[in-house]
Design a protein around this ligand. Structure first.
Ligand SMILES: [Zn+2]
Length: 89
């Protein structure tokens, strides 16, 4: 079976709608401080991998930033690092 990897990877902006629904605000401009390398970047610049869930990864070291799993009746979100929410993030 051949799998086109370009279908499975996108930038964080491609999952912006889902993140906005879960967090109640646009998250693509929200900065994240990586727990592994301390790189600071907006979520919209993280590469998002799709599989059993959606997994945005650090644009610097490729560490897992979030794991988003949609489930019947809701979703689970695991966050690694620090998300700076609110104005001036
Ligand atoms: Zn990193």
């Amino acid at each position: 079976m051949n799998v086109d990897a370009t279908v499975l990877v996108s930038d964080g902006n491609a999952v912006g709608g889902l993140l906005a629904a879960l967090f109640g605000q646009d998250m693509t401009g929200t900065t994240r401080v990586c727990a592994t390398c301390a790189h600071v970047a907006p979520l919209g610049r993280h590469r998002a991998y799709r599989g059993a869930g959606i997994v945005p990864r650090c644009p610097s070291c490729d560490a897992v930033a979030l794991v988003v799993v949609e489930e019947p009746g809701g979703a689970s979100v695991t966050v690694s690092g620090v998300l700076r929410l609110g104005a001036g993030s």
